[in-house]
Write a protein of this length. Structure first.
Lengths: 306, 409
């Protein structure tokens, strides 16, 4: 009996020892993975299943199959939101070249350059809500700076946020302001890592200006560009706060984006359609998945090539 | 966000307090959405209630007004208070049909509220039962700037035709005949409601709000035909204005008339208007002979079905419904008491006029976003906003509203 004990213990130890290297990463990942599962993965499937129900958020759910999606197909407001989302995606991309331009402009050694850099970075630090408020005052009819400027130049002011033709562009412009600052910072750090010897060599070979930028600097900035594109795409797709602050989706729903429309249908003052909101969320998720899988695929390729 | 910040310390304080006083006292938690003035009024009412019921302590959790509208769904299902503020009419229907509010018909019968609160009984009733108690309402109407009328040399109109005829005279002086700020959508609905109540009457208006009449009906078109007469004289770009922004134009004399609720008087007066420069008139008659109905949105208190202390909550409702409590509360918040035995302070001309307007009305509507179900309200008010900006799109707007009506009801 007493001899048996030492015989039973060792195999348990050896199992841990034998697999320690394989198990350890999973143990370290476990807390994060559990959170991710609880707050991201499970809600995705919950939303997916909710989108097949008609539910007011409080009472009983009733199964409606794909009716929510069928309704989306004929819902003008949905198509407006989708169109605006595409506008956001396309125009938000301007942040990448503009951010690069400012970064290159600021990447010099002048007295007090750190101060200028932080001033340019400032809009990214302040809250989106504040950005939204500032721009709505900027655009405000009768007293806004922009309105007054247009009035001075053309004789009659344009109330950007009350005009369905301009409203989305007005909000995107507000969104670009902090986004450009963000991209700029990414590029500034990237520019720090540009190899000086390559620049030197290129200069000896007679490269300057655009050719220098295009063939020598930009290739070295590829990691920064990748991150800049990723954050800009994600920023464009989840553009909610500015729409909510500046127009509440108005005038008459013409500045809605999918994320805001989802909120409006499911959670807002007049929205009691959880199922319909979930269906919108699923569509938004599907659009995001296109980009996310593209990014993941690229990262995977880069990792394995190494 | 605001309620979170204020709520957490309050909750903590409530926990500490209840721990100390748990032996002697019962507590009533009350979630509400008061602006500063009404908050002070309700706090005074609560103090009176606690004086009358020394063994009950009321814990008031006040939320930001707009945030409350979405927060209520969370706390009703997750952590229910004993009392909660909400609104009358169809606005409470989602909570009633999903069983989140308690039937309080017994409070009504025991305290004879059917008689005392007769004017609000219909709007508190769903399926023949009462689901809460009203504590205040306020009149709507046309508020006008007497200085603007003087500047344009216009007499205060008695009829709708005179009102419409005055508009070009204001325009000639660079004054907007009618102002509104429709960024939050609902101010436009106030104009629509009155035009419909005056053109087609109360019964048609309620049928429309309840989805029994198509939006493409010629009678609905008649309403928009009247609206089209004043649309060109309405403040442009109102979709980018909050109602307070339009109030600024109004107090500065850049606009002459404002279709608004009485709560706006406080804002007008803050902007420098006095009883000498601010006027109130009932919305003028359009179709002759139609009984005059008014808008009087009612604010209410309900007992959530998850309430822990129902007995004391009902006591509180009975107290809030009583005439003396309503007189005192409404004098403080500058609105009208719903109890017919209450009185209004005679030194406030707007309250006196409002009391007169509302108590002599043939019927009371709540407001478009309380009479119509939430979804229809949203689509409808967007339509009104669009009409104010692009009146030539009327056909497309009405078709869209009709499509929504067929889906929603």
């Amino acid at each position: 009996m007493t001899v048996a004990l030492p015989e039973t213990r060792p195999p348990r130890r050896t199992f841990w020892r034998a697999n320690q290297r394989r198990l350890a990463p999973w143990l370290f990942l476990a807390p994060g993975a559990a959170m991710f599962l609880l707050y991201v993965i499970i809600p995705i499937f919950q939303s997916l299943s909710l989108s097949f129900y008609d539910w007011d958020g409080m009472g009983a759910k009733s199964w409606v199959g794909t009716a929510n999606y069928v309704e989306l197909w004929t819902d003008e407001a949905f198509w407006t939101s989708l169109k605006n989302n595409v506008l956001w995606l396309v125009l938000y991309m301007l942040a990448v070249p503009l951010g690069l331009f400012i970064a290159i402009f600021l990447n010099q050694t002048v007295r007090g350059i750190r101060l200028y850099k932080s001033l340019f970075f400032f809009p990214f630090v302040i809250s989106q809500v504040v950005v939204g408020l500032m721009f709505s005052w900027f655009y405000a009819p009768n007293f806004g700076l922009f309105y007054k400027l247009i009035e001075m130049v053309t004789g009659s002011g344009v109330a950007v946020l009350a005009d369905e033709r301009y409203v989305t562009y007005g909000i995107i412009a507000a969104g670009l302001w902090p986004q450009i600052a963000y991209v700029m910072i990414l590029y500034l750090t990237g520019l720090n890592n540009v190899a000086p010897d390559q620049v030197e060599a290129a200069r000896l070979d007679g490269a300057k200006g655009w050719r220098m930028l295009w063939y020598v600097i930009l290739p070295q900035l590829r990691p920064a560009t990748f991150i800049a594109v990723v954050v800009t795409v994600i920023g464009a797709l989840r553009s909610f706060d500015l729409v909510s602050i500046m127009t509440s989706g108005g005038p008459y729903g013409s500045s809605r984006v999918l994320s805001y429309y989802m909120y409006e249908q499911a959670l807002s003052e007049y929205g009691y359609r959880m199922g319909y909101g979930a269906a919108i969320a699923v569509i938004l998720f599907a659009i995001m998945m296109i980009f996310i899988s593209g990014f993941i695929w690229k990262m995977w390729r880069d990792e394995t090539e190494r | 966000m605001v309620p979170m910040k204020t709520g957490a310390p309050m909750l903590l304080a409530a926990l500490l307090l209840s721990g100390a006083a748990v032996a002697q006292q019962r507590t009533l938690t009350y979630n509400a959405d008061f602006d500063p003035d009404p908050l002070a009024g309700m706090q005074a009412l609560i103090a009176d209630f606690e004086a009358a019921n020394p063994d009950v302590k009321v814990k008031l959790n006040n939320f930001d007004h707009e945030g409350y509208k979405t927060a209520i769904r969370n706390f009703l299902t997750a952590d229910s208070p004993d009392l909660a503020n909400w609104y009358a009419g169809n606005r409470m229907a989602p909570f009633v049909t999903s069983g989140q509010f308690t039937d309080v018909s017994d409070v009504w019968t025991e305290n004879d509220l059917g008689d005392k609160l007769a004017s609000s009984k219909a709007s508190m009733t769903i399926d023949g039962k009462q689901w809460g108690v009203p504590y205040t309402y306020y009149q709507w109407g046309i508020y006008y700037n007497k200085d603007a009328y003087k500047a344009a040399g216009v007499e205060v109109p008695k009829t709708w035709d005179e009102f419409v005829a005055a508009c070009p005279k204001f325009k000639a002086k660079g004054i907007d005949c009618v102002t509104t700020g429709t960024k939050a959508l609902w101010p436009a609905a106030g104009i629509f409601d009155y035009l419909d109540l005056r053109t087609n009457g109360y019964d048609f208006h309620m049928d429309l709000a309840n989805g029994k009449v198509p939006w493409t009906d010629p009678k609905v078109r008649a309403v928009f035909a009247e609206w089209a007469k004043i649309q060109p004289f309405t403040t442009p770009n109102n979709a980018a204005l909050e109602w307070q922004d339009a109030a600024a134009l109004f107090t500065q004399g850049k606009a002459a008339n404002y279709v608004m609720g009485n709560f706006a008087v406080a804002v007008f007066k803050e902007g420098g208007m006095t009883n000498d420069t601010l006027g109130y008139m009932q919305f003028p008659e359009i179709t002759p002979g139609i009984p005059r109905a008014e808008e009087a949105p009612t604010d209410t208190i309900h007992i959530p079905s998850g309430a822990k202390n129902v007995a004391d909550a009902k006591k509180f409702l009975a107290f809030v419904a009583s005439a003396p409590a309503q007189t005192k509360l409404n004098a403080k918040i500058g609105q009208l008491p719903t109890n017919k035995d209450s009185t209004v302070p005679q030194d406030d001309p707007f309250l006196v006029a409002g009391f007169e307007t509302v108590s002599t009305a043939s019927a009371l509507a709540q407001f478009f976003d309380r009479d119509a179900p939430a979804e229809m309200a949203k689509v409808g008010m967007e339509g009104f906003q669009e009409f104010l900006a692009k009146p030539d799109r009327l056909d497309a707007i009405l078709d869209r509203l009709e499509k929504a009506r067929q889906r929603i009801y």
